[in-house]
Write a protein that binds this ligand. Structure first.
Ligand code: F6R
Length: 607
């Protein structure tokens, strides 16, 4: 959470920093700030609110410094306010720091520094960092060494950038459990917590390893390990185009990303799946013997990524006959789960930086499991921890609410299940059909967008509601959970997802005249059961909307949203699309900021 940008080069830093922050607002947007070095002084400008507020700050546009650091905040310690915004300076205004992550022992460090004469002005954990650096600098007289000593005292996670008027031609960067990349162009270096922030300037990046320190000057860049031994780092060229991280004429990133799903799915399929050929995964080495030896598969993730796992559970169990459980990472990591070397553990994370998912992965490794990470971000933290990584290739997802990453995660998990089935020589007719149906998906997703106008109308009817229920059975229940999450997070309408058959066991008491209940029906076997459950709520006054790929005309539902028919196992990819659009249009009706919903940030790097 929080976004970081830094610049060192020959151009004015202010515009580059603010530009970068604007692209990172999805990481946090309660306050923002920049600090540049000008005439060997640190000039810091910050304020509460959105990044664009920075433009209103007196003198910010006139800054001429060519070295600077910047931050957009998602508050953890200390409420959003100007004083709590980053950059933070030490008590003597000599060092400025921006920080992502959480310093768990900041109270002890603060007390110790206060006893040494340091004054504190904010409620943040981050403020201890510049003060610690200042303290060690007195002894070391070297910025890199002082930062390194300070980091040795920190418990928790951090990605930091440090500038100092003592060494005004330098930026020092360090990271632990929080991402950071450095982009390189002619005579210029761009630091960022996420690649899209500086993608317009370069495609060549160093991805920092955990525990790495970097010293940047205008004409040099040196990498060090945690004991300050110089280490090598290699440049990765990023394939994402700059337009991939801009709105391209769409009103919001979320809408753009919804409409990018056919492309994202095509990219996810890539060369992994071709008709009449075996599924290919060059990035993992998993053989028949190993797959025969495992007793269970665990898929662990958070939020939407976890729901992608729930969809795929059906396919793993169906094709492989291996028990597959899906779990929320924040529970899994503290639960002492029953897993061992006979468990294959799969971790799904769009950002690859979700703290709970990474911790869960570390736990699974400790318990002897083979681990696979699924991520959308090249070189992200999770990919460095897992035994194998496979990428969704969905392109950058900027909107906080996940859409294209979700459907790509489902597709990738489906492909993985097929791959395992083929390795196990369980390539049944079912596998063949599923392969063909996956290849047809991008076109069917395009066809699904035809419902957009209907959904816009529906949004106008429901945007003033306080509660919406989503119900479904089997695989459709999974989609109800994702749909409810989408509606909640961007439209702030309370939404609940229920197994249609469970309604009678309590929640039906909440059904009253005029309430909206959205039913999803794609499973033929469960169709009649689901229809009966919907009739039960209609009888109690609910306005029912059905999202289905079946012909339900004989049931006389007032509102049916029809999507193309596909294989039951992948039907959630199509049934979720009208509901992504519904969440989007409801939020638009309510005039909310769709891409940056309140209290949320794109990467949840704190637990
Ligand atoms: C909801 C959403 C979140 C994320 C979750 C995990 O729209 O985006 O629920 O899915 O925070 O994030 P990643 O996939 O980055 O680990």
């Amino acid at each position: 959470m929080c976004g970081i940008v830094g610049y060192i080069g020959k151009n004015k830093a202010n515009q580059i920093l603010i530009n970068g922050l604007l692209k990172l607002e999805y990481r946090g947007y309660d306050s923002a700030g920049i600090a540049v070095i000008e005439d060997k002084n640190i000039i810091c400008k910050k304020d509460i609110g959105r990044v664009s507020n920075l433009y209103k700050l007196e003198g910010i546009n006139d800054l001429t410094g060519t070295i600077g650091i910047a931050h957009t905040r998602w508050a953890t310690h200390g409420k959003p306010s100007k004083i709590n915004a980053h950059p933070h300076l030490d008590a003597f205004n000599t060092f400025a720091v921006v920080h992502n992550g959480i310093i768990e022992n900041y109270n002890e460090l603060k007390e110790d520094l206060i006893s040494k004469g340091y004054k504190f002005y904010t409620q943040t954990d981050s403020e201890v960092i510049p003060n610690l650096i200042s303290y060690y600098y007195k002894e070391e007289k070297d910025l890199l060494k002082a930062v390194n000593r300070a980091c040795k005292d920190l418990k928790g996670s951090y990605a930091i950038e440090v500038i100092s008027k003592e060494e005004p031609d330098k930026i020092v960067v360090a990271r632990k459990d929080s991402p950071m990349v450095i982009g390189i162009a002619d005579d210029e270096k761009f630091i960022a917590s996420d690649i899209p922030a500086v993608l317009e300037y370069t495609k060549d990046f160093y991805l920092l390893a955990d525990g790495q320190f970097v010293e940047l000057t205008r004409d040099s860049i040196k990498f060090y390990d945690e004991n300050l031994n110089e280490v090598e780092n290699k440049i990765e060229t990023i394939e994402w185009s700059e337009t991939a991280s801009s709105k391209c004429g769409y009103e919001d990133y979320m809408l753009k990303e919804i409409y990018e799903q056919p492309k994202a799915i095509r990219e996810t399929i890539g060369s992994r799946l071709n008709e009449n050929e075996k599924c290919q995964f060059d990035d993992i080495e998993i053989d028949k013997e190993y797959l025969k030896s495992i007793t269970q598969i665990r898929i662990v993730a958070c939020g939407t990524a976890m729901y992608a796992g729930l969809v795929a559970k059906n396919t793993f169990e169906k094709l492989l006959s291996i028990n597959t459980e899906v779990e929320v990472a924040s529970e899994f990591r503290y639960r002492d789960p029953l897993i061992d070397q006979r468990t294959l553990a799969i971790f799904v994370s769009q950002s690859g930086e979700t703290a709970d998912t990474i911790a869960a992965l570390k736990l699974a490794k400790k318990k002897g499991c083979k681990t696979i990470s699924i991520s959308n971000v090249l070189g992200s933290s999770i990919t460095r921890e897992a035994d194998y990584t496979i990428y969704t290739h969905a392109g950058p997802e900027i909107a906080v609410a996940s859409t294209k990453a979700y459907t790509s995660q489902v597709v990738l998990l489906e492909l993985l299940a097929i791959y395992f089935a083929e390795v196990l020589e369980k390539d049944s007719e079912e596998v063949k059909t599923l392969k063909r149906d996956i290849l047809e998906l991008p076109k069917k997703v395009e066809d699904t967008f035809k419902v957009a106008d209907e959904i816009k109308e529906l949004a106008k009817q429901i945007y003033e509601q306080k509660d919406v229920f989503f119900i479904g059975r089997g695989i459709d229940y999974t989609t109800t959970r994702e749909a409810a999450l989408k509606l909640k997070e961007i439209s702030y309408i309370h939404a609940d997802a229920y197994q249609a058959g469970e309604l009678k066991h309590g929640p039906i008491a909440l059904i009253e005249n005029g309430i909206t209940v959205i039913g999803i029906i794609s499973d033929k076997k469960l169709l009649k059961k689901s229809v009966s459950n919907l009739q039960e709520v209609i009888t109690r006054g609910a306005n029912v909307v059905v999202v289905t790929d079946k012909n339900l005309s004989k049931y006389n539902f007032k509102k049916v949203i029809k999507v193309p028919e596909t294989n039951r196992l992948i039907s959630p990819i199509l049934t979720v699309i009208p509901l992504q659009l519904l969440a989007y249009y409801v939020a638009k009706e309510k005039k909310l900021d769709v891409d940056k919903p309140r209290n949320l940030a794109k990467s949840v790097t704190v637990e």
